[in-house]
Ligand binder design. Structure first.
Ligand code: AMP
Length: 272
């Protein structure tokens, strides 16, 4: 991959890169189409990164379907589908990690303490392998996007990070490879995330500006759906991810909710 990318860059081509864990859906494809528009060569990777799963999480059962993924990638089309194995990424172990600080010590970082270290480390390694001019990440993983932007700035990577809006099912559910875990009766409860976020947007449009009231209304709505357990609901600054008390500028509402054993995340902008 490194040799190929060096050749392409020497020939004057620009590279766009979309890292994924596979089991591709329309959300991934939106990132790829955006990358296709913005550079000469589109590289996508599929790698289920063990370093971002804690023991007891779903690394072993994470859905995988390389044949379908390859077919979907061809429809974009992706020029290079990079599918490294564990040996290529971690060789005989890894002694050096990239550990994001404050941005990773809240929201998803509280229930998944090693997650963002795993993400930042693998994205660093993939960036060094692919050497892209631009890389595309989904707003669906809003905290991840903020952390990657900050990492690129802090560590002087020469790559432009592009965020792509969340792609949703017709009923509002944010697309996710993990939606495959939802049993038919849980699929309805999974709508609690997008429905309650939309309700918060409506409340803001109607003049509500206090974060505590918005969070309370959001939690109340989620609790109406069966089989839901709230991990967190926050309203944060889009860059620092620090809590906001009063909605006096565009901010982000983000949440994680467990539906049965499946942990789902979602977020939407709140604009006064
Ligand atoms: P994953 O395979 O879940 O690690 O996701 C790979 C990339 O796709 C990340 O940048 C995600 O934020 C992005 N992504 C996942 N789901 C969606 C979605 N529904 N809409 C937009 N981007 C997404």
């Amino acid at each position: 991959m490194q040799l190929r990318s060096r050749e392409l860059i020497r020939a004057g081509r620009t590279l766009a890169f979309v890292p994924t864990m596979g089991f591709l859906h329309e959300g991934h494809l939106a990132l790829m189409h955006e990358g296709r528009q913005r550079a000469d060569i589109l590289v996508a990777s599929i790698y289920v990164n063990p370093a971002q799963f804690a023991p007891g999480e779903d690394f072993e059962t994470y859905p995988r379907d390389m044949a379908t993924d390859a077919r979907l990638a061809r429809t974009v089309p992706v020029d290079i589908l990079f599918t490294p194995d564990d040996r290529a990424i971690y060789g005989d172990g890894c002694q050096t990690y990239v550990t994001p600080q404050d941005l990773a010590n809240r929201m998803c970082g509280l229930s998944r303490p090693i997650f963002f270290r795993g993400v930042a480390t693998v994205v660093t390694k993939l960036f060094h392998m692919v050497n892209p001019h631009i890389a595309l990440f989904g707003e669906k993983d809003f905290q991840q996007l903020a952390i990657i932007r900050r990492m690129v700035k802090d560590l002087n990577f020469q790559v432009k990070i592009v965020g792509v809006p969340t792609v949703r099912e017709p009923d509002g559910l944010a697309m996710s490879s993990r939606n495959a875990y939802l049993k038919p009766n849980q699929r309805q409860a999974a709508l609690s995330l997008s429905r309650s976020l939309r309700q918060a947007q409506r409340l803001v449009a109607a003049g509500e500006t206090r974060a505590v009231n918005l969070i309370e209304a959001t939690a109340a709505m989620i609790c109406l759906f069966p089989d839901t357990v709230i991990d967190y609901i926050v309203i944060v600054d889009t860059e620092t991810l620090e809590d906001v008390d009063v909605i006096d500028r565009p901010v982000r509402m983000a949440m994680a909710v467990k539906v049965g054993t499946t942990r789902l995340i979602d977020n939407m902008p709140l604009t006064p």
